[in-house]
Structure formats: structure tokens, C-alpha cells
Write a protein that binds this ligand. Structure first.
Ligand SMILES: [Zn+2]
Length: 166
């Protein structure tokens, strides 16, 4: 018996696949050997770049899956917002920092900034992976930031890319 192909279903399936497949990108880590500063950029520059002090910076490109980075970052933000809601309650945050709230807000800004860069990098709309997607299962070496439990992907661990740095 011939199989009936449902074109609309097929099309929908294609869209879903596209939404859930990896999206290649690069994060460039920059280190000024003079000032010892490290920062990241979403811009790849073949000709290198000069730090404001006039020194040529060391560059290290890290290939990433933009979708994976986005997913982990959104999960971090979710956690941060849960923690922020707890800071007023009698919670564990009280025991370690009076300025816990400011620290969380700072962390949230870093996540937002990171996602802004990811968005600039993405060639088309990028949606996070579904809830059951597990970065560790996909082979990403996640570093957990204690005590909050935020997750750092290898792309966000500059010490991996400049191993000689202290
Ligand atoms: Zn410098």
C-alpha cells in the first residue's frame, strides 16, 4: 500500500528540525599580554587587533553551537531570577553576602550581554533547545559555578583557552 505523504506535516517537521539543529558560531577570546585583560568578542578579525594600550592582542577562536550557548545562558538566567526572588526571603543567600542581590544582578547582566552577542552572531532566529536537552550528554564540558550552580560552557571559560595565564 502506498504511503500517503502529508506535505504540511513534512514542512512542519523541516521547520522543527531547523529549530533544533546546532547553529555554528565562533567566540573570539582576546587577551592583552601587556594589561593581562581578557575579553570576548563575536567578531572574527583576520588581521588581528590592537588593545587600547597599543599592544597586539592574543586571539583564540572557539567554535560554538550558538543554540547550545543560548540554551545554557537562558537556564542561568532562570536560576538567577529564582535566586533574586529568594533574596528577600529568609534564604541561603543571606548567609554568604549582604550584597547578594547586586551580585546576582551583575551576573544577570553578563548573561544578557552574552545572549546579545549570540544574537549578533546568528544568521537567523535562534531558539533554545527543548527542556530535556542536556549539555553534558552532548559532550559539553560544563563548569558549575558554586555556590549558585550557574553553568559555564567551555566557550565561557577563558582559562581553557589561555592555559598559561594565572
Ligand atoms: Zn593592553
Amino acid at each position: 500500500m502506498a504511503k500517503v505523504i502529508n506535505l504540511a506535516e513534512r514542512r512542519e517537521q523541516k521547520i522543527q528540525e531547523k529549530l533544533h539543529s546546532p547553529m555554528q558560531g565562533w567566540i573570539v577570546w582576546l587577551k592583552c599580554p601587556q594589561c593581562e585583560t581578557r575579553e570576548y568578542s563575536e567578531l572574527r578579525m583576520a588581521e588581528g587587533r590592537i588593545h587600547k594600550c597599543g599592544t597586539l592582542v592574543e586571539e583564540h577562536e572557539v567554535e560554538i553551537d550558538i543554540r547550545a550557548e543560548l540554551t545554557v545562558s537562558l537556564r542561568n538566567s532562570e536560576l538567577i531570577s529564582e535566586l533574586l526572588n529568594k533574596t528577600n526571603a529568609k534564604g541561603f543567600l543571606k548567609k554568604f553576602l549582604k550584597s547578594g542581590r547586586a551580585m546576582l544582578e551583575h551576573l544577570e547582566r553578563s548573561e544578557e550581554e552574552y545572549r546579545k552577542r549570540l544574537e549578533l552572531m546568528a544568521s537567523c532566529e535562534c531558539k533554545p533547545y527543548p527542556d530535556d536537552w542536556d549539555p553534558v550528554e552532548k559532550g559539553l564540558e560544563i563548569k558549575k559555578m558554586d555556590p549558585l550552580g550557574l553553568q559555564l560552557t567551555p566557550a565561557r571559560q577563558p582559562e581553557l583557552h589561555f592555559p598559561d595565564a594565572s
